[in-house]
Design a protein around this ligand. Structure first.
Ligand code: N01
Length: 547
């Protein structure tokens, strides 16, 4: 990193102007801090700015996937859809940025490439791609958990004569797929959302599926006239329910199935007639809504088989239907909800390429060559996911005490952190939704608001005379990670057949480790607040060293 002579000083630097960065700026500014936000893009929005692929939509209700900290924002913004689409969320974030006058403290088109902790000055020196330097005692990494695109790593990509698109950096002006032979590679939440929409536009769609997905029908729809107004008048009640909900969402969401299953009878003891009736009445949902599916491996296997029967009732071609059935247990990946996914495979212009029958070998000038044949294409749309949770910060040269590199630490030890808020050895660097917090398995927005508020309170405490640095103790970090892992030991979440961004197995070479806190958002909040307040010991911020 270059010298710090001309570095500009702030009280806090926030990296990223997505959902977390915007609230961090607002909150810290309200506390009287001089804050600068550095944002690589040319506008606010973070992941909701980049992921503008066809069909992009949230899987949590808008009244819960929105800021709860401001009654004014809630009353002034009107949601048009139950589960908002990408354009509506992007518009909402622009509204928030303008309404709270946030843009004046955001530098757009400014990518942070390095950050180093200066132990003598107890501050961070932050360097941008343009070579500018900024200094602040506190850095808030609002860099997002699903913001570092994963390179599909397929040989020959550069040789393709057609158009290559990526869901997580889709052209702002859109892309007309009419009359085109299109491949969608990837069938996670993104692919499953994009596929039905692409199928309606493309001349022919080839879906390249490496792992089949469990996906449940989405309740997405526009609000009926007057419906949102009714909800708006009940925001206090809605937020109160959300606050005590395990996943930070009390209404319909992708997580509903996991929460609701417990109330159903056991699959293992159900008769064949009862199982079939459930599928007849509720389709794929009927295969999964049983109380024992997540906790009893045999019930999980029965549910997968039943799910296959439900899919076969929708998808007419038996071979395609069989290929669409997952081979790993339900619940070990983040649930997916879709609009017309399985029905799409009944269209004449859609072909499923099950890569379990022959993997992709290379991309050629004319298309994709697999071990089972070649496909001529005009467009390839990659929906291949992210280096989640740690990817964004690992791609920045973040150096803590003694010049230790955060990316190296996470590569060698796995995604460790204390509470998901700080990593030992990196004083005064706060991570929003870091590993070890409920982030990945919760309503991101609810979890994020708590993190921003906790961090802001911590910064206020330090500035009020509490000290100049705060850093997680290695022992507290190790105990926390042990506790986080203890929740999932032996559970479906660490099933060896489950490769996902939840456990890092989707990134070649990344240490496989499930580090999401699944004890529930209310309990997590209580723990964090107790740690900040000192609990029985009266020592504030236990597990952290303050100096
Ligand atoms: O990414 P993913 P995503 N060749 O990692 C496949 C949130 N989200 O962007 O499973 C062929 O889930 C990969 O195959 P496999 C949500 O939290 C939310 O879809 O590794 N295939 C998989 O099928 C979600 O969980 C919303 O075998 C390759 C897919 O690509 C998270 O973002 C919408 C491949 C990646 O799936 C991530 O979802 C969208 C290769 N080389 C996203 N590499 C909503 O709110 C990867 N794949 C609704």
């Amino acid at each position: 990193m270059s010298g710090s002579a001309e570095a500009r000083r702030y009280d806090a630097i926030v990296v990223g102007a997505g959902l977390s960065g915007l609230y961090s700026l607002h909150r810290l500014r309200e506390q009287g801090l001089r804050v600068l936000v550095l944002e690589a893009a040319d506008n606010v929005g973070g992941t909701w700015l980049f992921n503008r692929y066809p069909g992009a939509r949230c899987d949590i209700e808008s009244v819960e996937y929105s800021y709860s900290f401001s009654a004014e924002l809630q009353q002034e913004w009107s949601w048009a859809e139950l589960l908002p689409g990408q354009p509506e969320i992007e518009a909402y974030l622009n509204f928030v940025a303008d309404r709270l006058d946030l843009r004046r403290d955001i530098r757009f088109d400014t990518r942070v490439v390095a950050m180093a902790f200066d132990e003598e000055d107890a501050s961070w020196l932050v360097e941008t791609a343009g070579g500018e330097l900024f200094v602040a005692p506190f850095v808030v990494a609002a860099t997002g958990i699903l913001s570092a695109p994963l390179d599909p790593g397929i040989p020959g990509l550069d040789t393709f004569d057609g158009t290559v698109l990526f869901s997580n950096r889709f052209p702002r002006e859109g892309f007309d797929l009419t009359g085109k032979r299109v491949a969608v590679v990837g069938t996670g939440s993104t692919g499953v959302q994009a596929i039905p929409v692409v199928a309606e536009q493309a001349e022919h769609l080839y879906v390249f599926q490496r792992s089949a997905a469990y996906t449940l029908p989405s309740p997405a729809r526009p609000y009926e006239p007057g419906e949102f107004e009714g909800l708006r008048s009940r925001y206090d009640e809605i937020r109160a329910a959300q606050r005590v909900a395990h996943v930070g969402a009390a209404r319909t969401s992708a997580f509903s199935v996991l929460v609701d299953m417990a109330g159903f009878p056991a699959l293992r003891t159900a008769s064949r007639e009862e199982r079939l009736r459930a599928v007849e009445e509720r389709g794929v949902l009927g295969a999964l809504y049983w109380s024992d599916v997540l906790v009893d491996p045999e019930a999980g296997r029965l549910a997968t088989a039943l799910y296959g029967e439900a899919v076969a009732r929708i998808v007419r071609d038996p071979r395609t239907a069989a290929s669409l059935v997952p081979t790993y247990p339900f619940g070990c990946k983040r649930p997916i909800i879709d609009v017309g996914y399985y029905e799409t495979f009944n269209r004449d212009n859609v072909t499923l390429v099950d890569l379990r029958a022959g993997a992709i070998e290379e991309i050629t000038p004319t298309g994709i060559r697999t071990a089972q044949g070649s496909y001529d294409l005009d467009v390839i749309l990659f929906a291949t996911g992210f280096d989640a949770l740690t990817g964004a910060l690992s791609r920045i040269d973040v150096r803590g005490r003694g010049g230790a590199l955060l990316g190296d630490l996470w590569r060698d030890e796995g995604p460790v952190s204390y509470l998901g808020l700080q990593v030992a050895g990196f004083p005064n660097l706060f991570t929003i939704q870091g590993p070890g917090s409920p982030s990945a398995a919760s309503n991101f927005l609810a979890a994020m608001e708590h993190h921003v508020e906790w961090i802001a309170n911590c910064v206020a405490y330090l500035r009020d005379g509490g000290g100049s640095t705060i850093e997680a103790l290695p022992s507290a970090q190790a105990e926390w990670i042990d506790e986080v892992l203890s929740f999932v030991t032996g559970s479906v979440l660490v099933h060896p057949d489950c490769n996902s961004w939840w456990n890092g197995a989707n990134v070649p070479g990344k240490k496989r480790m499930y580090t999401t806190y699944v004890g529930g958002l209310p309990e997590y909040r209580r723990r964090c607040d107790e740690i900040a307040a000192g609990g029985d010991t009266g020592v504030r911020y236990s597990g952290f060293k303050i100096s």
